[in-house]
Write a new protein. Structure first.
Length: 256
């Protein structure tokens, strides 16, 4: 899953966030607590997104020798023949970064060195939100320091400029995610020209509001969502006599 470029980009993000924090913490007593909390949550959500399985499907399907037109259509829409006949439910896509089919794949993000899919989409959005807060606090702190300082520090100017540019970059990514949740269409599906989707806030974040704000694992909920997607696709295939290679295994439903 890890690549040299991915490790570099993800390390740059964490270093930048922490560097800004170290530079302004001693001169910004009033915003220090909020800055500290936002930084910790940004790093935690970044690591959670980076090291969480995005939702890899590992079910290989067996192509029947004879198929009707309907079965052939189901085969082409629910199975990726190009990638070893792996089950590929709607809105799932192949990710070369993880080497597998990922449920509800949104995109690959080098900044977290992982593919963003069903299982870690929530962590990705949380990371963007907390990083945005860190940047805003840094910009406000830097401006306040410049306002009350008698001398202008080049380091502070560079820090302000970097925070501003990073803030703009994160804002653009947040705008992309806002579009995902308002249109219910994943980023990758939008690029493919798909105009319908099933991505909702509750599907990604869960019904419990506690999970919305904090990077608390909710494996039971999100795994149940993933299993429902996989089982629905398997049922459609089985109706056309398209079966998985390991149909008799007890662990078939434990796909992600």
């Amino acid at each position: 899953m890890s690549t040299v470029s991915g490790v570099f980009f993800s390390s740059v993000v964490i270093f930048f966030l922490y560097y800004n924090y170290l530079f302004v913490r001693d001169v910004s007593v009033y915003t220090w607590p909020s800055h500290t909390i936002a930084l910790i949550l940004a790093i935690c959500t970044h690591l959670a997104c980076q090291y969480t399985n995005p939702g890899i499907v590992g079910i290989q399907m067996k192509k029947p020798k004879k198929m009707s037109k309907e079965a052939d259509k189901i085969w082409s829409t629910h199975v990726s023949e190009r990638h070893g006949n792996l089950l590929c439910p709607p809105h799932a896509s192949w990710s070369s970064a993880v080497g597998g089919i990922v449920l509800d794949m949104d995109h690959y993000c080098p900044w977290v060195n992982n593919t963003v899919g069903l299982m870690n989409h929530r962590y990705f959005v949380q990371f963007l939100i907390y990083s945005h807060i860190v940047c805003i606090i840094t910009i406000v702190e830097s401006i306040l320091i410049l306002s009350y300082s008698t001398t202008v520090s080049n380091t502070l100017i560079h820090n302000l400029a970097a925070a501003f540019l990073f803030c703009l970059f994160i804002t653009s990514m947040l705008h992309g995610q806002r579009k995902v949740f308002t249109t219910h269409v994943l980023t990758l599906d939008q690029m493919k020209g798909v105009d319908t989707g099933t991505t909702t806030w509750e599907k990604v974040f869960g019904p419990n509001i506690v999970y919305w704000a904090f990077p608390i694992p909710h494996y039971r909920y999100i795994r149940r969502v993933g299993d429902d997607i996989v089982n629905k696709s398997l049922t459609i295939c089985q109706e056309q006599n398209i079966l998985s290679v390991e149909t008799t295994t007890k662990d078939q439903n434990a796909t992600i």
